[in-house]
Design a protein around this ligand. Structure first.
Ligand code: HEC
Length: 132
């Protein structure tokens, strides 16, 4: 009986991890880091803002690779590779994996902004993107 119960619990938590909504998971983490309000408009502004790169002196923005119409595929500015649309409505695997979201936020903010994006900035951007 006890053993059976144990198995049930393990299965339950495993399925929770698999099916948990990655975006709500991220919001929970941002809140734990002190984010109290989330602003999709600020996220949209950050998304299209241009940042001057210290080394090259050229302007960079998220749209460099993801494009301006996020329901359309983007194109990597360096490799020329196609990037699937950022809008979850246009690509259903978008923003469904916490590890992936974190990895690319880190990498892309460093490249574009020249530093990591804060929890507040990430929360705002995610809230903008999730509605697309
Ligand atoms: C130099 C090109 C490039 C720039 C500029 C860029 N990205 Fe990306 N981004 C990528 C690539 C490549 C991927 C991974 C491929 C994919 O998800 O289709 C990605 C994926 C992501 C993801 C993960 C999406 C998911 O489904 O989990 C997020 C979030 C993201 N980018 C945010 C940003 C933000 C915010 C900026 C601006 C600060 C930005 N990106 C600028 C190339 C770029």
């Amino acid at each position: 009986m006890i053993r059976k119960l144990g198995i049930t619990v393990v299965l339950f938590s495993a399925s929770t991890v698999i099916f948990a909504d990655a975006i709500s998971d991220m919001f929970t983490q941002y809140k734990a880091q002190g984010v109290t309000s989330i602003d999709a408009k600020a996220g949209q502004a950050m998304w299209s803002k241009e940042f001057k790169n210290q080394k090259t002196g050229k302007m960079r923005s998220c749209t460099n690779c993801h494009g301006n119409d996020l329901t359309q595929a983007g194109k990597h500015v360096k490799t020329g590779k196609e990037i699937k649309p950022m809008a979850p409505s246009a690509y259903n695997k978008r923003l469904t994996d916490v590890k992936k979201i974190k990895k690319w936020f880190k990498r892309n903010c460093k490249w574009t902004v020249g530093r990591e994006c804060s929890a507040q900035e990430q929360a705002d951007i995610l809230s903008y993107l999730q509605k697309l």
